[in-house]
Structures are given as C-alpha cells and as structure tokens.
Design a protein around this ligand. Structure first.
Ligand SMILES: [Zn+2]
Length: 270
C-alpha cells in the first residue's frame, strides 16, 4: 500500500512541468520570463516566491515578509541571481580543472524564493533545505557583486545542512567567542570575512543569530572562494586565512577536505 502511494506521488511529480509553471508565473514580464527560463535550463533551479510570514529574525527582531516575484523594477534581482550562478559554476569548473577530485558541492537544482521585507532591510537572504529565500529589499542585495557573495554564503549553508558539518568547528569557535566576546579588534584575526552587522560585530561572531558556528562556517567558505578566485585569476593572496592563528588553519583544512575535494591552491605559509 505504501509503495503504491509512493508510485502515485512520483508520477504526480514527474507530470509537473516547471517550465510551464514559469511561463504562467512570469506571463506579464517577458524579460523576467526569459531570465527565469534561462535559470531553469542552465541550472535546474526555480525562481519563485516565498510565503507571507512574520519571521523571528533573532537580533533583528520580528520581520514582516511578503511574496515578491522578481519582475518589473525587481527584475534585476533575477538577473543578478542568474549571473551569480553562472560565475559560481565557472568558479568550480576552474577550481577542478586538471584534478581527478570529484566535485561534491551542489550549486544546482535549487529553489529561489523571492520575498520583500516591510519596514526593515534584513535578512538579505536565508537558506533552508535546498531553497534560498532572497529579499529584494535586503541591505546586501544592491549590486551584482554583493548578491554573488551573499548567494555563495547561502549555498554553503545548504551544503552544510546536507552534510550536518559545521558543528565540527564548535570547539574552536566557542573558545574564540569565550576569549573575545564581540570585540572587533580581538576577533579580527579570526574573522573569515569582512561583513559586519550594523552597530554590531563581524557577522561570523554576531550573537543571537541562529547557529553562530554555522555563520562562521559560511563566512569561511566565502573566504575560501575569495582567495581561490584571486589565485585562479593569477593574483596573489595578501594574508591567507590559513596562515593566521592555529584555529584558522584547523577550520580551513577541515573545510577544504569536507567540501572542496581537498583543493587548496593557496601557497604554503612562510
Ligand atoms: Zn548565513
């Protein structure tokens, strides 16, 4: 009986036509429709909307979110998403070029749920089980480059969730927080990325922000991406993260092994 139910369910899913759904959803904006179809054709990802909801944003307070299809004046967000995914895919192509390591990092077949926050400009995005909520009103979603960085951060969360991984960094992370609290000068050598909360500290160490170590891990992945983008472009990395305190080295090596096929192109520390 159970297998029959599963069979019927599978048949229902197979019968659904995502492209037809996109054609319908974006019927009023031909340019946005073309972008949504390109996103689907190239990456298997769907651009849709998130639900209306009141979100408990931790340190951000309560936030009202409403569905917002990326059409009309919001269409640029769909363009930025498509461009970001093309760049991220190109990054991994280049990273694995000439390597026999298997790429074990999912950047395709995702769902982008576009939303708009009312009164506040946070969160810019959040990740949940192979879907990313994208806030067209988000304070980070203002340029193609910032969107690309934010989406790299969120895509890491999705992969981290699938691996249930970032907790392995908790011992070092908790020790850093115990030592520094939120003091920026003390945290600076440990912060993987420059993003800070307005009036707060480094995003990786912001209290009351869900899993702190999960945010640290996502910012670490962004640092890996930034350093490797430079190397793949033939540029030097001035202060490699792994050459900082020993905690950095441990976190870096664990990340490289778990997610990036052991590919560490950053030169050895002197
Ligand atoms: Zn995050």
């Amino acid at each position: 009986m159970k297998s029959l139910v599963l069979l019927v369910l599978a048949a229902t899913i197979a019968a659904a036509d995502p492209k037809q759904d996109l054609e319908t959803a974006y019927a009023k904006d031909a340019k946005a429709r073309a972008l949504a179809l390109a996103l689907y054709d190239e990456t298997g990802s769907i651009a849709t909307v998130g639900p209306r909801e009141t979100m408990d944003g931790g340190y951000r307070g309560l936030i009202e979110l409403v569905p917002q299809l990326p059409t009309g004046k919001y269409r640029k967000h769909l363009q930025w998403t498509l461009t970001a995914l093309r760049h991220i895919d190109g990054f991994f192509e280049a990273l694995y070029a000439g390597s026999s390591a298997t790429r074990n990092y999912r950047t395709d077949h995702l769902e982008f749920r576009f939303i708009r926050s009312l009164k506040k400009r946070t969160p810019s995005a959040y990740a949940v089980s192979w879907a990313i909520a994208y806030n067209v009103n988000g304070s980070l979603m203002t340029t193609a480059a910032k969107v690309e960085e934010t989406l790299f951060h969120e895509i890491f969360h999705l992969n981290d969730g699938a691996h249930a991984w970032s907790q392995v960094l908790a011992t070092d992370y908790d020790a850093i927080v115990a030592k520094c609290g939120t003091a920026v000068p003390c945290l600076a050598p440990y912060a993987p990325n420059t993003t800070k909360v307005r009036g707060g500290t480094y995003y990786a160490f912001q209290p009351n922000n869900g899993s702190g170590v999960g945010e640290y891990a996502a910012e670490l992945a962004v640092r890996y991406w930034k350093e490797h983008r430079r190397i793949l472009a033939g540029q030097a990395v001035d202060a490699p993260f792994k050459c900082g305190p020993p905690e950095n080295r441990r976190a870096w090596d664990a990340l490289v092994t778990e997610f990036f096929g052991g590919r560490d192109l950053v030169p050895a520390c002197s």
